[in-house]
Design a protein around this ligand. Structure first.
Ligand code: SF4
Length: 486
């Protein structure tokens, strides 16, 4: 048995809060913006207003309200909060370099599989395990119904890629698209309450030839569709030429731009190439144009990038896009592990977060292989919670280490239940422990089945400390040995 000192109870920290305890329930402060001059969080921040959403975010992030306002006004932070979704269950959150690193989980059906109930289960799984935003990437049947159910149920911002639903409604042939089709779809989704939309406005006609030597060409679904449209019609990208019209729709509902990276690399060999950076340059121009129109903006990034190029990619995005929040997809740091791409990408995501990426889009074990189910969603979210938290630790974010220290103390004190409680995935931690030592008595045992009682190094360490403490108490502490200098 260990000494009483080892088992001295320390103040337990609450399970790390996913939702802060607020001074006032958020919904009491909701108000209508109809008829207001400044609609978006960006416009209101620039006018000097600290909105209820900014106050809420300040509490969640444990940051001063004025800092949140100034970061939003600077364009370095976004609060994706469609004014329609705000009247429902949305709990505002922030994405930006001053905030904690966020993660996104993608859900949505495909033409082959899934339905409303399954997608709601995935939403629940994602939010339960800590996803900060969720993208509905549905491309199958009943998209409107599924999305409405997701928005109505979701406390986190919902993102979409409007071109997917537009293509469904056009009957599947992108060549039939007219600019008005796309504008109408964005307006329809904005009215539903979508908080941010990925639009591939930065991919231009002149970029297409730059992709010809790539191994994997254009891997973004939206990017490849727009590329095909431009080739067929021999015209410039309509999502670029109608950018200001799209801004007008986004501003009306405070939909946040997620400027899509249609030319992101889809393989290690294609990373950081001319095509990728040509598009990034345009995304910088579009960021400034969206700000001029009063919109909130974040910018999407790669993709597949070897570890030694990740920091350079983040810094280049910050430079090109005036530090608008960077929302990275992974990146995967190797191409050779289908079935484990939640791991290959979480490595890249942790490095990207450390370098300054504001949000990490998860990848599941099914990436490149099939539509993720609820268990895949869980695996992806956990992998990315690890990546985001590791980045926050490396960036010395305020209080980021509190949970690590509490868990480490519980571990050293052999307080197994507390260790499980503080885990990102308590069920799995408990399950693994119980596979070999299921009885309750082992929940305070000073060893586990990995090393066994005789070789438990933490128990041996504690015994050494106990011996030293006993010697000090008895006055038998040995004198320090004098070191003889030559
Ligand atoms: S037995 Fe080994 S793994 Fe288990 S608690 Fe002790 S040191 Fe840790």
């Amino acid at each position: 048995m260990g000494s009483p000192a080892r088992r001295r109870s320390r103040p337990k920290i609450a399970h790390p809060p996913r939702r802060p305890k607020l001074l006032l329930p958020y919904w009491e402060s909701k108000h209508s913006l109809q008829g207001a001059d400044n609609v978006t969080q960006f416009e209101r921040a620039k006018s000097g207003e600290i909105t209820p959403e900014m106050k809420f975010v300040a509490q969640r992030e444990d940051l001063p309200e004025e800092l949140i306002r100034s970061e939003v006004a600077r364009g370095r932070m976004v609060i994706p909060a469609n004014t329609v979704h705000l009247t429902k269950r949305l709990e505002p959150m922030a994405i930006g370099i001053a905030a904690l690193t966020k993660i996104n989980a993608n859900i949505g059906n495909s033409a082959v599989t899934s339905d409303e109930q399954t997608e709601l289960e995935k939403l629940h799984m994602a939010v339960h395990h800590g996803a900060d935003t969720v993208m509905d990437l549905s491309t199958g049947k009943n998209i409107d119904t599924i999305r409405q159910a997701i928005i109505d149920a979701s406390p986190v911002p919902i993102g979409t890629v409007p071109i997917y639903q537009m293509l469904e409604e056009l009957g599947g042939d992108i060549d039939d698209m007219r600019p008005q089709h796309f504008l109408d779809m964005c307006e329809k989704q904005a009215k539903q309450g979508v908080d941010y939309m990925t639009v591939h406005s930065g991919l231009l006609q002149e970029h297409l030839s730059l992709t010809m030597q790539r191994i994997t060409g254009i891997v973004s679904r939206g990017g490849s569709l727009i590329a095909r449209w431009m080739m067929t019609h021999r015209q410039q990208n309509p999502l670029y030429t109608h950018f200001e019209d799209l801004c007008d729709i986004f501003r009306q509902y405070d939909v946040t731009w997620s400027l899509g990276d249609g030319l992101r690399p889809g393989s290690i060999a294609d990373a950081s190439d001319e095509a990728q950076f040509a598009e990034l340059h345009v995304l910088g121009e579009l960021t400034r144009r969206a700000w001029k129109k009063g919109c909130q903006v974040m910018v999407e990034g790669p993709g597949h990038v070897p570890m030694d190029q990740i920091d350079m990619n983040i810094k280049r995005q910050m430079e090109e896009c005036d530090e608008a929040p960077f929302y990275v997809l992974g990146p995967l740091v190797t191409d050779i592990a289908p079935g484990y791409d939640h791991i290959t990408s979480a490595i890249g995501a942790a490095l990207a977060g450390w370098s300054g990426a504001a949000m990490l889009c998860y990848v599941t074990p099914k990436e490149h292989l099939g539509l993720p189910d609820a268990e895949d969603v869980k695996q992806g979210v956990i992998a990315y919670k690890i990546a985001a938290h590791a980045a926050d630790l490396a960036r010395h974010r305020k209080n980021a280490r509190v949970r690590d220290d509490a868990l480490s103390r519980a571990r050293f004190n052999f307080d197994w239940n507390e260790q499980f409680r503080l885990s990102l995935d308590p069920e799995t931690a408990r399950k693994y422990h119980d596979q070999t030592l299921p009885q309750d008595t082992f929940k305070s045992a000073h060893f586990c089945s990995m090393c066994g009682p005789k070789y438990c190094s933490m128990k041996i360490t504690q015994d050494i400390r106990d011996m030293a403490a006993a010697e000090a108490t008895n006055g038998t502490e040995s004198e320090p040995v004098a070191i003889q200098l030559p």
